[in-house]
Every structure is written in C-alpha cells, then in structure tokens.
Design a protein around this ligand. Structure first.
Ligand SMILES: Cc1cc2nc3c(=O)[nH]c(=O)nc-3n(C[C@H](O)[C@H](O)[C@H](O)COP(=O)(O)OP(=O)(O)OC[C@H]3O[C@@H](n4cnc5c(N)ncnc54)[C@H](O)[C@@H]3O)c2cc1C
Length: 392
C-alpha cells in the first residue's frame, strides 16, 4: 500500500494549488455576487492542461485518470474555488464520451475537453422522477435518420456556459424503453431553459430545461447504444450512464474535501491569532476540539477518495462504485461539518462575507443532497455491502 502521490501528481497538485490561490475565494464570491461565471479561472486552468488531465493523450489530454482530476477538483476547492462544472464536464461527460462514444465523437469532442474549450453539462434529474431514474420521462423516438426528444429536466448546472447538454433519455430498444444518452447542442431548436433561483452562493447556475420535440441527427446518440436489435447489447446505454457516475461521485467528494480543508485553514488561522481572554481562542479546547474533529473527518474522507480513485483507475469499477459512494458520503458530511465549525469559531466574523466561510454554507449543504443524496448512498451501502433487501 502506497500513500504517496507520484512526483507528477505532486507537481500537478502544487501547480493547481498556486493557480487556485492566485484567484482565491474572493474572486469566486465576487463572480457569484455579480452573476458572472468564473471564465478567467476556467480558461487559464484549461490552457495549463488541468481540465483535461483525464482525457486520453491521443486526443490532446493529460492521459491521467480520475486520481489526477480529483487532485484538480480538491486543490481548486481548497483554494476557495469549488467549481461544479469540473464534475459535470471533464468528470462525467468526458469520461462517458472517452469510454463509450463512437470514434467520430471521440475525435470531435475530446480535444475540446482536453483544453477546457468545450463544456458539456449533464442532465439526468427530472421533476417527477427525482432520485428514481427508472421513472425518467424524457423520451427519444426515431424519425427516419433523426432522433426526436421531448421531456423536462431540472437543477441542471451550467447550461448557460455549455455548448452541449448530455441528456439522459429513454428510447425503445428490444421492445422496451431503455436509458440512452444524447449530445444535445445547448442552442438546439426546441430546447428552452429557465433559471432556478437557488440559495447557494455560486458562479454556476442551475436550470430547468424543456425539450420540446428537439430534433437531432442520428449521431447525437452517444455510442451505438440503441442500434442493437433484440438479443443485442440492450444495456449499452445503461453502461454508458454508469460510466459517468463513479467519476462524478469521486470528483464531487474531492471538491467537498477541498472545501473542508479551505474552511479549516481559515478557521485555524483565525483561532491561532484571535485573543479575547488574554490568549488565542484556539487554546480553549471548546474551540480547538471541534476543529480537530472536523480535520479528522476531512482526512478520512480524503483517504476514501484516494482509494476510490485508485480502484477506478485500474478498472475495478464495482469496488470503485462502493468506495466512491462512501467517499462522497463521507466528504459531504465532513465538508458540511468543517464549514459549520469554521463559522462557529469565527464568531460574528464567521457570518461576514470578508472572512469567506459562511459564503460556503449553501454549497456544502447542497453537497449532502446532490448529485446523489446521503439517503440514496445509505440505501446503496445497505443493499450492496450489508446484503439487505431493497426497501423501495
Ligand atoms: C446545486 C445542485 C446542482 C445540481 N446539478 C445537477 C446537474 O447538473 N444535473 C442533474 O441531472 N441534476 C443536478 N442536480 C439534481 C440532484 O442530482 C438531485 O437534486 C438529487 O439527485 C436528489 O433528487 P431530488 O431533488 O429529485 O430529490 P428526491 O428524489 O425528491 O428526494 C427528496 C428527499 O427524499 C429522499 N429519498 C428519496 N428516495 C428515497 C429512498 N428510496 N429512501 C430514502 N430516502 C429517499 C432523498 O434522499 C431526499 O432527501 C443538482 C442539484 C443541486 C441541489
């Protein structure tokens, strides 16, 4: 067992850390408050190759794995810039296209993921289906050479910044409706959106999407999923979808761990210097112990993230699924605890914009709900680790 990063991974971590710190949480908050995106940071990270670390080298990427992408997510978050788009575009969309796209799709999409110039967001959630993706009501039907898609999606992050939306729909394969993924241009005729007002301070927005007979060419379907007739590979769409889920859980966990580190760093700087009884408040155990407890939770989550990423990168997908879900659960809880504790030990300053911790409360709270809620992870672990019958 080796707990060290490789020299290249260490270099990546240090380089991303210094980029993130150059922008910092002040930049992130200012952009969010102005209703603007973090374009400068995204573009610079893209040019430096950090957004394409997991894209295969033959398409211009770094040729690394989810371990490398998790490092990028964690370090930007640890610098106060948790970018949700890193999870949807390079982690989910790029992985699905690299692993399940046709050669033409790989050639046309992966170079854009490699330098960050292409953003593809991910749309699975629907108002009626919620956590139960078996109830997805967005349907794609074949009409000659084209696909026609109709349905509704909600909470879709970053649509205003994206060139494409990777839409999870259902289509008839072998006489049954099965999941299938489509690359829908964000400006496609029939695709409209409205912004959801969220109580999260973030430069990235969530959207309701309406797909009203959106017509797409045959090659908008990712891979050749639905072309298989009866007896063919009917689960190809499901496999393509699942390919994106482990990277999603691992990178979102890494962002949570980074956010936790950021909050604890702000808090411990403060408690080491703030003095109200003649010595720093950090010398009071009532202040120091909650911080130490949160630091332990963050570190435990980081360990599980590293395990999940390592399993995923060597192709042990089933074990990575369990570890990735556990990592996501642990990191969401740890980051919520770390931010809440940081707010508490900063006293009144904890609630100011200037000290930059309360600004993360909404984001870490949402991390316990999205992209998969803590209850759905507990269901998964109860069933797949503890052997309990499915309860729902
Ligand atoms: C900030 C943010 C960004 C998001 N970005 C995206 C995005 O880019 N793309 C996208 O597709 N979606 C996105 N989502 C949606 C997110 O994935 C969903 O909100 C999440 O999966 C939960 O689904 P739901 O909101 O429909 O809750 P519901 O499924 O309605 O669940 C409500 C509550 O009931 C619990 N619950 C439901 N079923 C069970 C059960 N069987 N057992 C126990 N408890 C249960 C849930 O855990 C939850 O606490 C985003 C959400 C947020 C908040």
């Amino acid at each position: 067992m080796n707990f060290d990063l490789t020299p290249e991974q260490e270099q990546l971590r240090d380089a991303v850390r210094s980029l993130g710190r150059r922008y910092g949480h002040g930049y992130f908050v200012a952009k969010a408050k102005a209703g603007e995106n973090t374009t400068e940071l995204w573009d610079e990270a893209g040019k430096l190759g950090y957004l394409g670390v997991n894209v295969p080298a033959e398409y211009g990427g770094g040729g690394g794995g989810i371990t490398e992408l998790a490092i990028v997510c964690e370090e930007l978050a640890a610098a106060g810039c948790p970018l949700l788009l890193l999870v949807v575009s390079p982690a989910i969309a790029a992985t699905i296209i690299a692993r399940h796209g046709t050669e033409e799709q790989r050639e046309s999409f992966l170079p854009g993921f490699a330098d960050g110039s292409l953003k593809v967001v991910f749309a699975i959630t629907e108002p009626e289906a919620g956590s139960n993706f078996h109830r997805l009501g967005t349907v794609a039907r074949r009409d000659g050479d084209e696909w026609v898609i109709s349905g509704r999606k909600c909470f879709i992050s970053g649509v205003d910044e994206a060139a494409y939306v990777l839409v999870v729909a259902r289509t008839e394969v072998g006489g049954k409706l099965r999941p299938a993924l489509f690359l829908v241009p964000a400006d496609a005729a029939g695709l409209t959106r409205s912004k959801l007002d969220m109580e999260i301070l973030s430069p990235e927005n969530q959207w309701l999407l309406y797909l009203d007979d959106v017509r797409l060419p045959a090659d908008a379907l990712v891979g050749r999923q639905a072309e298989h007739g009866p007896g063919g590979d009917e689960d190809a769409g499901l496999r393509a979808l699942f390919a994106g889920l482990n990277p999603e859980r691992i990178t979102v966990a890494a962002m949570g761990a980074g956010t936790g580190r950021y909050a604890l760093e702000r808090a411990s700087e403060y408690t080491a210097s703030r003095s109200v009884w003649g010595r720093p408040i950090g010398t009071h155990q009532g202040v120091a112990h909650p911080l130490a407890h949160a630091a332990i939770q963050v570190e435990l989550a980081r360990l599980m993230i590293a395990k999940a990423a390592a399993l995923y990168d060597v192709g042990r997908d089933l074990e990575a699924g369990i570890a990735g879900n556990m990592a996501k659960y642990a990191a969401a809880e740890a980051s919520a605890l770390a931010v809440d504790t940081a707010v508490q030990v900063l006293g009144g300053n904890g609630m100011t914009t200037e000290y930059g911790v309360a600004t993360l409360l909404g984001a870490v709270r949402a991390g316990r709900i999205a992209p998969v809620s803590r209850e759905m992870i507990l269901n998964f672990v109860a069933q797949h680790v503890l052997g309990q019958d499915k309860s729902y």
